[in-house]
Design a protein around this ligand. Structure first.
Ligand code: ADP
Ligand code: MG
Length: 237
């Protein structure tokens, strides 16, 4: 416990919530503490990522412990890897069990970029990682298409849920990335629809944001259960 608080102080990690697991000292701890498969560590090193960033140090252990998580850290601080890494560690690739993880991004560009990063991190394992294109949302045959992870904007995913009966009832892991932007752009209704569609009782919900406006705080409190809150650096900075 002592060590955890020293690390948090060192990296400017502020937390609230009970029973928060200690931050990572290094990526190597992913295998010693969490039995991470070697492919992820080798991909991290190939990507040139030597040390976890502060948000990664704290959010990865929280998400691996299956807690809902509300994380706020500045732009450019490595939030993408903070949710992708535990996501890949927690799901198994395969045609069975349908879609296992959903990442919602505010814009198409961001969704495409996140899909690319996810594929890089997943390299060497047979995950089906799909970017929701316009084409796919309008006429994809989701029942036949192999898909472990779907990355989408709110409009396209909501369309596929409502009009194409996309089944998200077995999703184990839901990420709302750039929650502040999702709000600014007015996607509340679509977010609601996605949250409802990910109906598995054990789904882990996580919300990442660069800023902490009231609206995001409110969404966090309605969407998440017993969430851990992580803030990097100063509040409102
Ligand atoms: P955010 O979502 O917080 O704005 P990103 O996830 O887009 O930030 O990451 C910003 C940049 O930092 C990206 O180029 C990413 O590849 C890089 N990055 C992420 N994690 C690490 C790390 N542990 N070490 C070095 N660079 C990293
Ligand atoms: Mg980001």
């Amino acid at each position: 416990i002592e060590k955890a608080s020293i690390l948090r102080k060192k990296y400017g990690i502020h937390i609230s919530g009970h029973g928060v697991p200690p931050p990572l000292e290094s990526f190597a701890e992913l295998s010693s503490r969490y039995n991470c498969k070697p492919y992820i560590l080798s991909n991290l090193s190939q990507l040139g990522f030597r040390e976890p960033t502060p948000i990664q140090r704290q959010a990865i252990p929280v998400l691996l412990s299956k807690r809902d998580c509300f994380a706020c850290a500045p732009t450019g601080s490595g939030k993408t890897l903070a949710f992708l890494c535990p996501m890949l560690m927690k799901i198994k690739p395969g045609l069975k069990n349908g879609i296992k993880a959903v990442v919602l991004c505010p814009t198409r560009e961001l969704a495409a970029q996140t899909a690319r990063e996810c594929k890089k991190l997943a390299k060497g394992r047979k995950f089906y990682i799909k970017l929701m294109t316009k084409e796919l949302s309008r006429c994809g045959d989701f029942e036949k298409m192999p898909c472990d992870v779907i990355i989408s904007t709110p409009l396209r995913l909501d369309f596929a849920i409502c009009k194409r009966k996309l089944d998200l009832s077995r999703v184990k892991y839901l990420v709302l990335d750039e929650a502040d932007k999702l709000f600014e752009l007015g996607f509340v209704e679509q977010i609601d629809s996605v949250v409802k569609a990910c109906s598995k009782t054990t789904v882990v919900r996580t919300l990442f944001s660069a800023t902490l406006p009231e609206t995001v705080e409110k969404l966090a409190s309605t969407v998440m259960v017993d969430a851990v809150r992580i803030i990097i650096g100063r509040k409102n900075s």
